[in-house]
Design a protein around this ligand. Structure first.
Ligand SMILES: N[C@@H](CCC(=O)N[C@@H](CS)C(=O)NCC(=O)O)C(=O)O
Length: 258
């Protein structure tokens, strides 16, 4: 299991820990939420290929044997949606990511439930046979289901720039992690889904997407393309969220000056 590191600067929550794997969209949603709130916590990398999420220590934390797992002092939360709303409610006063008025909040909740109950099972049905069962392609039924998701999301974006309102909220962050991952397996047809594809383009430019989603998405793509275990000597990335942000910014600045 990866060793824990703590934050370097910024709003550090030393009493909080996230156990995560970058290739997991659920983990990347939490990482983006953290970066968008400028929060830095201890992050521990778990190698799912080695079954590190199934050790007794992890089962004690999360009997469901899934990632992410989050701990704030004695409180343990094992679902990305619940972790994101907890973080936004507890550590972000502004209501920017999670509206404080019941109406606005219900819209975000509705999106998080859609992500959890509809999109996530479709993601698993498409990706797991490739990751775990040496299947080399996304099966036709799974392609149709993912296309159905794109169609739903396209409708939800009618007359909207962002899913939750006039700015990006947790709805957008959570959808960004799953939709960018689905897009690797079933590319979004720009002609058929213009609103969804421009939303994905727009959110891909957000700093938190760059710092917290890109590396894991790249790892996932590599895994889907090659059906091979990701070589974790590549894409070395600090585990503290602020350190991660610093390194990736440095890398993207370097790329720009090339
Ligand atoms: N509803 C959960 C789903 C978590 C989940 O299923 N995570 C996947 C990784 S993306 C996992 O841990 N799978 C177990 C495995 O692959 O063995 C959440 O949003 O946190």
């Amino acid at each position: 299991m990866g060793s824990a590191t703590s934050r370097l600067s910024g709003t550090g929550l030393k009493h909080c820990t996230l156990w995560k794997a970058d290739r997991s969209p659920a983990c990347r949603a939490v990482m983006m939420a953290l970066d968008s709130m400028n929060l830095s916590i201890t992050e521990v990398d778990i190698n799912m290929d080695k079954g590190e999420h199934r050790t007794q220590e992890m089962i004690n934390l999360n009997p469901l044997q899934t990632l992410p797992v989050f701990k704030d002092r004695e409180l343990v939360i094992c679902d990305s949606h619940a972790i994101c709303t907890y973080l936004a409610g507890r550590y972000c006063d502004s209501g920017r990511l999670l509206p404080q008025d019941p109406g606005g909040r219900s819209i975000v909740d509705q999106h998080l439930h859609y992500n959890s109950s509809i999109i996530y099972p479709r993601f698993k049905a498409a990706a797991y046979p490739i990751i775990y069962e040496s299947c080399n392609f996304v099966m036709p039924q799974q392609i149709a289901d993912i296309d159905g998701t794109y169609s739903d999301l396209e409708c939800m974006l009618y007359k909207r720039t962002w899913f939750g309102g006039s700015w990006a909220t947790l709805s957008d962050i959570v959808f960004a992690s799953t939709v960018s991952t689905l897009n690797v397996m079933v590319p979004i047809d720009k002609e058929k889904y213009p609103r969804l594809s421009s939303w994905l383009y727009r959110i891909s430019d957000e700093l938190y997407f760059v710092t917290a989603n890109r590396k894991g998405l790249c790892e996932f793509s590599r895994r889907i393309d090659c059906s091979s275990v990701f070589d974790d000597t590549e894409f070395k990335c600090p585990r503290s969220s602020l350190a991660r942000r610093g390194q990736q910014l440095k890398e993207s600045n370097l790329e720009e000056t090339r």
